[in-house]
Ligand binder design. Sequence first.
Ligand SMILES: Nc1nc2c(ncn2[C@@H]2O[C@H](COP(=O)(O)OP(=O)(O)OP(=O)(O)O)[C@@H](O)[C@H]2O)c(=O)[nH]1
Ligand SMILES: [Mg+2]
Length: 302
Amino acid sequence: MVTTKGIFQGLARTRNAVFSRIAALLGASEVTPQVWEELEELLIQADVGVETTLALMERLRRRARDEAILRADRLRDALNEELRALLPTPPPLNLGGRPLDVILIVGVNGSGKTTSIAKLGYRYRQEGRRVLLAAADTFRAAAMDQLRIWGERAGCPVVSGPEGGDPGAVVYDALQAARSRGMDMVIVDTAGRLHTRYNLMEELKKVRRVAARAVEGAPHETLLVLDATTGQNALSQARHFLEAVEVTGVILAKLDSTARGGMVFAIARELKLPVRFVGTGEGLDDLAPFDADTFIRGLWGE
Ligand SMILES: Nc1nc2c(ncn2[C@@H]2O[C@H](COP(=O)(O)OP(=O)(O)OP(=O)(O)O)[C@@H](O)[C@H]2O)c(=O)[nH]1
Ligand SMILES: [Mg+2]
């Protein structure tokens, strides 16, 4: 049996390294200039991002003035509200209600794409979906083998092609195979090499075109996997993807390995993308659907 780690446990490092210090800081009786200064520093440490931190600080200062906030515990309540306001609740994922859902997974190499795909496949299979995985990362034979192994564990068949082959052809084959085998969901793994960024982005566009021609409206979701341990770098990488392909949401992998959970706020504010899932470990069960209230309570340890 695999253990289930929710967002709460996934946030242990962020909570212990940063938010417990913010809680301690804002447990103090009075809001002093030093409290403001330290709060700003701690938010940046949590990888909320400079831009988002400055915007938050400005809103908090204004509220402190307008609402005559003098006590730090009231400032903490205001911070909580402002953090929550940064995470609007998105509409449900655009999945279900059609014969075949197609999810495209993109992201730089090593970010956690293949692992996240296995976890997603496992999760949807448990919900009774019939899930097929497409190994469109044809650049490395090892990448396809890795997906095949994960697919076996997750109970999802995998369609791949020859090493170095056309990723578009793999997607085409996978969609045909899904139809003929009565599957109702295909999750597509893609390559993530940034040093050939131009080719990568052209490849992703082609994969999308192939999917769109084969299945109406596909891909129905394009999820960008970001490695939470890389903090603000992940955001700049994300921007390159957003320039080239339409991304509908984020999977934030490796949240358990980092104190940078504050990234979620920067992703929402600066990329305008909803975080849909977070990775909380290396097991099949270590993927939690993102929920803003649970996330924020998890930061404070509530
Ligand atoms: N702790 C932890 N590790 C993770 C998580 N997600 C992925 N990993 C690890 O991160 C490493 C890279 O994951 P992959 O899924 O291979 O990443 P990828 O994006 O497919 O990489 P490429 O195929 O090389 O582009 C692996 O060692 C995974 O076990 C997570 O949520 N938590
Ligand atoms: Mg991979």
